[in-house]
Design a protein around this ligand. Structure first.
Ligand SMILES: Cc1cc2nc3c(=O)[nH]c(=O)nc-3n(C[C@H](O)[C@H](O)[C@H](O)COP(=O)(O)OP(=O)(O)OC[C@H]3O[C@@H](n4cnc5c(N)ncnc54)[C@H](O)[C@@H]3O)c2cc1C
Length: 423
């Protein structure tokens, strides 16, 4: 496809808007191709909004290796038993009516020939790629975690699905009076409040089902990373005697045979159920495509377009990127990235200027028990001088206290965002 025909297709957007009777297929041969890899919070949003805003003038393909979307937000409630995996699973059927969904794994990107290789064979050609692969883990940074068996016996459950159920089964099998240990890596990691919410959820389960049991939060950081006062209050008041928080516990080794965790400086810990959340990096496909540029961990992007600073034509979103100051790695934020990137890709394809002042926001709910939640919000505006998003002063909000009303809002938030991204 030459540049003129691509431009023509995008220019046709305005005309299509005023002439709904014009068949979209008339543009089919001239349509630029955008392939989105990863149909999670970032990728599904980008695909959906590309389709919505382009009105048929762009050929959008969404590549996803999983059969259905399973949400990490609310997955800690599945661990606790107040929700099921089915409650947090959404089919891809609705978005598949709007964009072509290919259920396969992307295994390589060839930027020179603009092709993506798929695991089951075959290539997809693209004019631009949007990549939102989420995270993968540095298992090799923790001695003893190098085998599949070890990883099954100390599951991270930091991607929702089979691991969530595996950890739930371990909690159910643990005798009353046992110890559950959750190890948190050094920041940055996916969902800063997530591990602390998990401790609350497991405490809620223990209080009802195994009241003599204990939870040890072994944090690789010097302090609680998000909503500190709210979580501390929950551990001291709601879950007094159940939860113990220990900072500066940088994990170096695991012995799944004896249930022992070893640390850089802290004393060894023995527990009955281990939940080891390893250090994280951008997903494998981002690493394999040479997109990781920051600390061997994350992909740096131009925040106006989310295009990789290293490989032109590839836009990276969500948890995989090197985030701007105080920007969380969250589902809500990945959804916001998806919209900024979709708008920028359409502008670039049409050879029009991109929005020079994007603003994104984040709201994150954490459940203290099965009904009550707390939240934190922030707003981030692009700063042209520093070429990054900066938090808008005064825009950050934190719940004064947990409430059932916030819990209702938290469930409503999840359903609204699933609909926004998946239709
Ligand atoms: C326990 C927990 C609780 C959380 N709670 C919240 C919360 O309350 N609110 C919030 O906003 N965020 C929350 N998060 C964080 C949120 O889940 C992530 O920030 C979000 O999922 C990031 O979106 P993403 O698009 O980057 O990655 P993902 O949503 O993980 O999507 C990545 C997708 O890419 C697919 N994929 C990867 N590689 C390939 C490939 N090579 N080929 C094809 N497909 C591929 C994966 O299968 C996956 O579907 C939580 C996370 C956890 C672990």
């Amino acid at each position: 496809m030459n540049a003129m025909s691509r431009r023509g297709a995008l220019r046709a957007l305005g005309a299509l808007a005023s002439m709904p009777f014009v068949p979209t297929m008339a543009l089919a041969r001239a349509r630029p191709r955008v392939v989105v890899i990863g149909a999670g919070y970032g990728g599904a949003t980008a695909a959906r909004y590309l389709e919505l805003w382009a009105g048929g003038a762009v050929d959008v393909t969404l590549v996803e290796r999983d059969a259905a979307f399973v949400s990490c937000p609310l997955s800690n409630l599945v661990l606790a038993g107040s929700r099921t995996l089915r409650d947090i699973t959404v089919a891809y059927a609705r978005i598949a009516k709007r964009v072509r969904v290919v259920h396969d794994a992307a295994i390589a990107i060839d930027p020179q020939h603009r092709r993506i290789r798929l695991a089951r064979g075959g290539d997809l050609r693209y004019d631009r790629v949007i990549l939102s692969p989420g995270i993968d883990f540095f298992f090799d940074r923790i001695e003893g975690l190098d085998t599949t068996v070890a990883r099954e016996r100390a599951p991270h459950a930091w991607r929702a699905g089979p691991q969530t159920l595996a950890l739930r089964r371990r909690l159910e099998a643990m005798p009353d009076g046992g110890v559950f240990a959750i190890s948190i890596p050094r920041a940055p990691f996916r969902c800063p409040p997530g591990p602390y919410e998990r401790a609350c959820q497991v405490a809620w389960y223990f209080r009802r089902a195994k009241p003599r049991s204990k939870i040890l939060i072994l944090d690789g950081n010097e302090d609680v990373q998000s909503k500190k006062a709210l979580f501390m209050r929950a551990w001291n008041e709601d879950y007094e005697g159940i939860v113990e928080y220990r900072p500066d516990c940088v994990l170096t080794g695991v012995d799944v045979g004896t249930g022992t965790l070893r640390f850089e400086t802290a004393d060894d810990v023995r527990a009955d159920v281990l939940n080891v959340i390893p250090p994280q990096r951008a997903g494998d496909i981002a690493r394999d495509a040479n997109l990781i540029t920051a600390n061997g961990q994350w992909c740096e992007v131009d925040y106006l377009t989310f295009e990789s600073v290293k490989v032109p034509g590839i836009h990276v979103l969500g948890d995989a990127i090197q985030v701007a100051p105080q920007m969380p790695k969250s589902g809500h934020m990945a959804n916001q990235h998806g919209k900024v990137a979709a708008a920028a890709v359409l502008a670039l394809l049409a050879e029009r200027p991109v929005n020079a002042e994007p603003v994104v926001n984040n709201t994150c709910y954490s459940f203290i028990d099965d009904r009550e939640a707390v939240h934190i919000t922030s707003v981030h505006r692009y700063d042209a001088t520093q070429k990054t998003f900066l938090p808008v002063p005064g825009a950050t909000g934190l719940s004064p206290a947990k409430s059932a009303r916030e819990g209702d809002d938290g469930f409503a938030w999840a359903h609204a965002i699933w609909q926004d991204m998946l239709g």
